[in-house]
Design a protein around this ligand. Structure first.
Ligand SMILES: NC(=O)c1ccc[n+]([C@@H]2O[C@H](COP(=O)([O-])OP(=O)(O)OC[C@H]3O[C@@H](n4cnc5c(N)ncnc54)[C@H](OP(=O)(O)O)[C@@H]3O)[C@@H](O)[C@H]2O)c1
Ligand SMILES: [Zn+2]
Length: 339
């Protein structure tokens, strides 16, 4: 049983970066120890995992469905969204048993998929590889359970612990391979946030030009609306939200730029929750990263340490949490921490 669920979890990951705000879901159809169908949720708005798995069953095996088990990583949906409900489809195809990792954490729908299946006489079992299922969709679970996006703090520091040269002058700290990985990370999250000084000093684009993936929504803090409209961030090429505390608008003509009032990080996180943004990559600088750490608003920390030395400059935030992974990326050391 465990191996079929592991396979379903593996299939689910193929949807990474493509399905948000839906969760990644995988499904395996098993009959007498043999896999007769497999599927996963491939893209937001398209068919869900259960439907893809059942459709992949060969015509000569279809008669086995009433004797088969569907291993699905998350509770099948029971409501009409962009797709008809998977629970109905499983009932219609007369599947015998449904086994899941997790219940749906969305308070509006959680439990209803299982209830519908049980009412139709389908055996239901849930909680199999529960932790792995939660890990797979950590963004989705954090969003519903904590009512805020999943927050990843990311920065690159020199061996002597600086993130920028004196006066905030940007310097290249990590190597090309690390940069490429960061662009992959950007494609995997819904949004990416920077502080005012970083926007001003680095003039970042915050896109995914080094990786084939979607661009995230850009977020920038600009309390006093003092940033220049000539910055890349405000060029209108990507959806961008400017958080400010004074009345007004950045003088820019692009409709992709949204203005939102925020007096604190809590306001920003509430705004993101309302916009159904499930994850944020926070890319600095130190002041902003530190304020997330101080407030306890973080779920992961990803730190590149390079071999370069600066001697002086802006100090990197002090790492905290528990080290869960360490890798060498070219000449840089990448460490990942959890609270
Ligand atoms: N190596 C790296 O990974 C990396 C990454 C990013 C940036 N950097 C470097 O870091 C330098 C900037 O770092 P920094 O610490 O000076 O600046 P920062 O964090 O980019 O921006 C700080 C400013 O953002 C606003 N801000 C930050 N947190 C806020 C909060 N919780 N609520 C409201 N406003 C908030 C404040 O602006 P106001 O006071 O104006 O309102 C604050 O002064 C840049 O020069 C850049 O080169 C390095
Ligand atoms: Zn579904």
């Amino acid at each position: 049983m465990i191996q079929f669920m592991r396979r379903a979890l593996e299939l689910a990951t193929l949807g990474r970066g493509q399905v948000s705000p839906n969760p990644m879901v995988g499904c395996v159809i098993e009959h007498n120890g043999r896999i007769i169908g497999e599927g996963w949720h491939q893209r937001y708005g398209e068919a869900h995992a259960e439907r893809n798995a059942i459709r992949s069953v060969k015509p000569e095996d279809e008669h086995l469905l009433p004797e088969s088990t569907a291993y699905v990583t998350l509770e099948p949906c029971s409501h009409y969204g962009k797709q008809p409900p998977c629970a109905d489809f499983l009932i219609e195809r007369r599947i015998k048993r449904v086994v899941c990792c997790n219940d749906d954490p969305n308070p509006l729908v959680g439990g209803q998929g299982f209830a519908k299946l049980r009412r139709a006489g389908i055996e239901v079992e849930t909680g199999i590889l529960n932790e792995l299922g939660r890990e797979l969709n950590a963004r989705f679970f954090t969003f519903f359970e904590r009512e805020r996006p999943y927050i990843i703090l990311k920065w690159a520091e020199t061996t002597d612990g600086f993130i920028a040269a004196a006066g905030g002058r940007p310097v290249k700290i990590s190597g090309d391979l690390s940069h490429r990985i960061v662009h992959r990370w950007r494609s995997e999250e819904d949004a990416i946030l920077v502080g005012t000084n970083t926007a001003r000093n680095d003039n970042p684009r915050l896109n995914t030009r080094l990786w084939p993936g979607k661009n995230p929504t850009r977020l920038v803090l600009d309390r006093n609306l003092a940033l220049s409209p000539d910055l890349y961030l405000l060029d209108g090429t990507q959806p961008t939200i400017v958080y400010h505390q004074v009345e007004g608008q950045v003088p820019t003509k692009h409709s992709a730029i949204i203005h939102s009032f925020a007096h604190s990080l809590i306001d920003v996180l509430q705004d993101l929750h309302q916009r159904r943004i499930q994850s944020v990559l926070v890319e600095g600088g130190t002041t902003l990263l530190q304020s997330f750490m101080d407030a306890g608003f973080w779920d992961e920390m990803r730190v590149f340490r390079s071999r370069t030395m600066l001697g002086e400059g802006i100090k990197a935030p002090a790492v905290r949490g528990q080290l869960i992974q360490r890798d060498l990326i070219g000449d840089d050391e990448l460490s990942i921490y959890r609270p």
